[in-house]
Design a protein around this ligand. Structure first.
Ligand code: GTP
Ligand code: MG
Length: 380
């Protein structure tokens, strides 16, 4: 996907805006982040495992630069975890797991809000711990540190492991849990949560870390779109336009063809429609009944309108001007879907953008992986 000309140009436009903020008072790299980066670097040599947490939608772009710099640590102690599995394209995630394994990193994909998934992940961690115990039988306490960029789900994963882990009720009650928030930069201090006994396993939740400078414009754009950076750095409108460009170049919208030929139900039901509640869900159970039926039918209308807009567009989407023309048309139809036709164009476009971003970030308008697996993996 990344070699598509107009997508690349759109990403660079967003990326440029982000990159310009480096070194200004709007930079993502606050004195607090610098201090957190030092604190995390100092802790890493003392832990048994580093859980390198990434966003499954951007498995390479979400790599924490700090870990790349510390890559002298043995790779068997660094475990790559692709979080937000529910938002990524499942079939592509498997390829990414194989990619990391070929690079000798144990790797696992997880949805931190899914109980079964967390249980499987705990089992996977126990296997790694058993291997360590075999080599060092006297070890009774194992420490793992969660390291990653902001908003990738470190605190959500730490909490879920702590909730599911086999530890006594008293220990669960005693321990505070990590703060989870849709805004990046929420965690301010390193916090330890117990997730297993015999041996005791502790997970360290840490603040999200980004480098002071970011060179790659596409990486900047992907971090902004997926929510690792504050929306205000770029603005919701530019982010939503970038998302629409991704959608227009993807196969996702084609899955919504049937919506175009059928009357939409007043309250649609669909696996991906249920809002993300942030609590642990059972994968085997049916999707949660959405409580807000109006919201469900809006999601279906958004999909239908976007399908119709893209599939009826006759321009050349490789051409940036044409792509922008389609995106403008999509904004017009979305204003109607979101019932914002009477407002000023600027206001309603902003509202459309905010709503669209929210739908993308909660997985209700498709599943995407924005990075591509490097072709020549030997060189990586
Ligand atoms: N859909 C989905 N959302 C998730 C998942 N994990 C976390 N989130 C959401 O992502 C947002 C960020 O989660 P946090 O756990 O606060 O992220 P963090 O990495 O601790 O962020 P910082 O503390 O700012 O570095 C929250 O809205 C979470 O509910 C997941 O697996 N799937
Ligand atoms: Mg956090």
């Amino acid at each position: 996907m990344t070699n598509q000309e107009s997508l690349l140009l759109m990403a660079k436009r967003v990326g440029n805006t982000v990159r310009k903020m480096a070194g200004t008072d709007k930079s993502w790299y606050t004195p607090f982040m610098a201090a957190a980066s030092d604190a995390v670097s100092r802790r890493i040599p003392d832990v048994d495992f580093v859980l390198d947490l990434r966003d499954a939608r951007i498995p390479l772009s979400s790599e924490c630069e700090l870990l790349r710099r510390l890559s002298s640590s043995p790779s068997s102690r660094r475990i790559v975890v692709l979080n937000k599995l529910d938002l990524a394209s499942r079939s592509l995630v498997k390829g990414w797991i194989r990619y990391f394994e070929r690079q000798n990193f144990p790797a696992f994909s997880v949805n931190s809000h899914n109980k079964d998934n967390i249980q499987e992940f705990l089992g996977f961690l126990q296997v790694q711990v058993r291997a360590l115990k075999k080599a060092e039988p006297e070890r009774h306490t194992i420490t793992m540190i969660l390291v990653g960029i902001p908003n990738v789900g470190k605190s959500a994963l730490a909490n879920s492991l702590h909730q599911i882990g086999r530890i006594s009720a008293a220990e669960k009650g005693k321990l505070k849990h990590a703060v989870v928030s849709p805004l990046p930069g929420e965690t301010k201090a390193i916090c330890s949560l117990k997730v297993a006994s015999h041996p005791s396993i502790y997970i360290l939740d840490t603040p999200g870390i980004l480098p002071q400078q970011m060179i790659d414009l596409e990486v900047c754009a992907k971090l902004a779109l997926t929510g690792a950076l504050r929306n205000s750095l770029v603005g919701e409108k530019a982010l939503a336009e970038y998302f629409l460009c991704v959608l227009n170049m993807s196969y996702e919208y084609q899955k919504w063809e049937k919506l175009s030929t059928h009357e939409l139900p007043v309250s649609g039901k669909d696996d991906n429609v249920a809002p993300n509640t942030g609590s642990l869900k059972n994968r085997s159970s049916r999707p949660e009944a959405a409580t807000d039926h109006t919201q469900d039918s809006v999601v279906l209308s958004v999909r239908k309108s976007l399908f119709e807009a893209v599939s009826s567009f006759r321009g050349n989407l490789q051409d940036e001007e044409e792509m922008l023309r389609l995106i403008e048309a999509e904004f017009v139809v979305l204003r109607k879907v979101f019932n914002l036709p009477t407002e000023s164009e600027e206001d309603s476009d902003h509202k459309v953008a905010v709503k669209l971003l929210n739908l993308f970030r909660t997985g209700r308008i498709g599943h995407y992986i924005l990075d591509s697996i490097p072709v020549n993996i030997e060189n990586n």
